[in-house]
Structures are given as structure tokens and as C-alpha cells.
Design a protein around this ligand. Structure first.
Ligand code: GAF
Length: 382
């Protein structure tokens, strides 16, 4: 956890609201493999990381509530009755959405003040949004004794994103952020919403993230479009979700769908199988096979599902030129954000220099490189 961040959020809360807050850390996540499978009720392999959102929160006696986004130095005052999404809102809608969805559960909260900040940039594909949602619902649950379980809380966070932000996301991000376990990744079944923890020790290898520092604007609408393509093909196949379909099933309707949509559904079916294979490879400590699956995942995301972008593809191509990198792929929703790379520890420093220079000379902008450790989920900071 980032002590400097914790101290600065606590200080800015105390200076602004003149009381002692409850402090919450809510992590972002990485995802080893299993992209765009969550809303198809399939499998994913995420882990919470030691970067995320720190929130300071406390009840207020005033008749309005105040949220302060420390990184942006922006604040919002709102009344708990009659909340609506802000048309121009960004971070505001995550907070308002969570409050509304708590109220929609028939739970009553009083006024509160919250200040928050983070150490993952928005748009990095590391789920700063799920981290923020979870920090708000977790904090309010504590303050107002709402008796919400962690399962309840992640569904509230997800609904906030659907209804206030407009992204029809799956459950992976909220789950990983809430239920993360130190040094573990979670093999999550998004149908049962239950996971199996895998202790992660890649021995001579490690995971590094390379942020393209771009987020292309079509990402939200393209995300929702992908989801509806998947749902309509599942309907045609008479299955609850694409998780239930095989390649053989899909072939039976091949002539009734466009070639593009056929490829998208095929990607989801294959990616789900890759997650199963990846979990087996990890159980055996077979990192080479894991790496191949990670590269194959990127290929599917790029060519079949079409959610990558030039910058991400470039970073993966650079990784492929280095035999000490076993696998690399884009991570998260796509159209920007980070790649995740499984790299030999001895190679990390020289690859960082190499890829930073290559990226700069190709795009005339910087990429950012992060090492992360796997952390516990949303929790009170003692
Ligand atoms: C985003 C979404 F929020 C997740 O639910 C998931 O679908 C992911 O994109 C793609 O795997 O992070």
C-alpha cells in the first residue's frame, strides 16, 4: 500500500472536513487471462494489486454530502434525495451511482463526506473505477452498519457502473478488487461468482505492466456493442450465455451471422478454453504454456474480438521479439490501457529501456511501466 498516498488523502480529508475519517484501501486489478469472458458468464483469472484507491470517509451532520477527488482537486456537493447521474460527470457518477444503488436495495444512509485519490491512472485498464466504487460502498457499509455482504457490495458497484456510467461491465473487476488475496490470483467463475485462489510464484519470471497511456474514446460504446453481439448469438444458439456454447454449436449458425460477429463469438469460446488451459499450466508450473496462451489471447483480442489498438499491438510485437518474454497481451476492456507481460526477471531492466525507447520513437509519446504485487481486496486501513 502506498503510505504517502494514504497520508495525503487523510490530511486533505482532515483539512477539509475537520474530523477523523475511516480510511479504506480498494485495489485495482490485473488479469492474467480471460478477457471479455466475464459478461459471457465464463472464466477469468484476475488478481488485486497493491495500487488502487485510498478513500477517507466519515458521517456528516450537514444536510448535504460532499465528495472530493483529490487527484483532480474537484469536489461535488449533493443531496441524498433525488440523485441523478451528471451528464458531464466522470468520477462523480461512480460515487452517485453507488449511493443510488445502495438506496435501491432499501438501505438507508445518512449524509457523509468522502475524499479519495489513487495511484493507478484512469484508463490504464487496471480498474480504477471498480476500485472507487468498491471503496465507496465498503465505506458506507461500515459507517451506516448496512449489513451488506461483500457479494452484495460488488453487485451494487457493478450496477452503479451499468446505470450511472453506462458501461455494461461484467463482474470481474469489482470481484477482484473486493475479494483479492495477497500473493494470489483468483480463478473466477463468473456464473457462480465463486473463485479458486492460486498462489502466484513465477520463480525466475515476473509480471510487468506497460501502459500505452492512451484511452481511445470509442471504448465504452464498443464495449457495450461487443456485449450485445455476444448476447444475441447466445440467444440464437439457445444457450444462457456464450459460456455454454462450443465451436461446434457456433458453426451450426455460421451462415446466419456476419463473419465479424462469428469471429467475436468464436473468440469468447476459445478464450474461455484458454483460461481453463492456463489454470492447468499454472498448476504444473508450466510457464511456457501459460505464456503461449497469453500471446494467443492477445491475437484473439486483436484480430477476432477487435478491441485492441495500434499502441497495444506494438507493445506486444516488441515483447515477441524477446525470447525471455513468455507471453504478453492487452489487458482489460481494450482500446488503450496496459499490456501484461510475463518476463524473465533478469531481462526486465533491459527490456524496460528497450521498449520505452521503441515506443517513444514510434508514437512520439511515453509509455509507463509498472511492477505490481498481488494484494488483499478492499479493506479498512488500520
Ligand atoms: C472491463 C470490464 F469492466 C470487465 O467487466 C471485463 O469485461 C473487462 O473489461 C474485459 O475482460 O474491465
Amino acid at each position: 500500500m502506498n503510505r504517502a498516498l494514504i497520508n495525503s488523502i487523510k490530511t486533505s480529508f482532515k483539512e477539509t472536513f475537520k474530523t477523523e475519517p475511516l480510511m479504506i484501501f480498494s485495489p485495482g486489478r490485473i488479469n492474467i487471462i480471460g478477457e471479455h469472458t466475464d459478461y459471457n458468464e465464463g472464466l477469468v483469472f484476475p488478481a488485486a494489486v497493491n495500487k488502487g484507491i485510498v478513500a477517507a470517509i466519515e458521517k456528516s451532520n450537514s444536510n448535504t454530502s460532499v465528495a472530493y477527488a483529490a487527484d483532480k482537486e474537484e469536489s461535488m456537493e449533493f443531496s441524498l434525495s433525488n440523485i441523478k447521474p451528471l451528464t458531464q460527470g466522470s468520477w462523480e457518477n461512480y460515487v452517485l451511482g453507488v449511493v443510488t444503488e445502495i438506496q435501491n436495495q432499501g438501505k438507508t444512509i445518512g449524509n457523509f463526506n468522502i475524499a479519495f485519490g489513487g495511484d493507478i491512472p484512469g484508463g490504464a485498464g487496471m480498474s480504477s473505477s471498480a476500485a472507487l466504487e468498491n471503496s465507496v460502498v465498503f465505506g458506507l457499509n461500515e459507517l451506516f452498519n448496512l449489513s451488506l455482504s461483500k457479494e452484495d457490495m460488488i453487485l451494487i458497484s457493478q450496477k452503479a457502473e451499468h446505470n450511472y456510467v453506462g458501461v455494461k461491465c461484467g463482474i470481474m473487476d469489482q470481484y477482484a478488487s473486493m475479494f483479492g488475496i495477497k500473493n494470489h490470483a483468483l480463478l473466477l467463475d463468473c456464473r457462480t461468482v465463486k473463485s479458486k485462489p492460486f498462489e502466484i510464484d513465477f520463480k525466475d519470471y515476473e509480471l510487468i505492466l506497460i501502459n500505452t497511456n492512451v484511452k481511445h474514446s470509442l471504448s465504452d460504446s464498443a464495449y457495450n456493442d461487443r456485449r450485445s453481439v455476444c448476447e444475441s448469438i447466445a440467444k440464437m444458439l439457445n444457450v444462457k450465455a456464450l459460456r455454454d456454447a462450443t465451436e461446434f454449436d457456433l458453426d451450426s449458425i455460421k451462415d446466419q451471422v456476419t463473419p465479424e460477429n462469428y469471429q467475436k463469438a468464436l473468440y469468447v469460446i476459445q478464450e474461455n478454453e484458454r483460461v481453463v488451459k492456463a489454470s492447468k499450466a499454472m498448476q504444473k508450473g508450466d510457464l511456457k504454456s501459460l505464456g503461449k496462451l497469453i500471446y494467443a489471447s492477445h491475437e484473439g483480442l486483436q484480430k477476432q474480438y477487435q478491441v485492441s489498438c495500434e499502441e497495444l499491438d506494438f507493445l506486444v510485437e516488441q515483447a515477441k521479439t524477446n525470447l525471455n518474454i513468455l507471453g504478453a497481451r492487452m489487458m482489460g476492456g481494450g482500446f488503450g490501457g496496459c499490456t501484461i507481460n510475463l518476463i524473465a526477471k533478469t531481462e526486465t531492466e533491459s527490456f524496460k529501456t528497450f521498449v520505452s525507447e521503441a515506443y517513444k520513437s514510434k508514437f512520439n509519446k511515453d509509455c509507463s511501466i509498472y511492477s505490481v504485487s498481488l494484494s488483499n481486496g478492499t479493506e479498512i486501513i488500520k
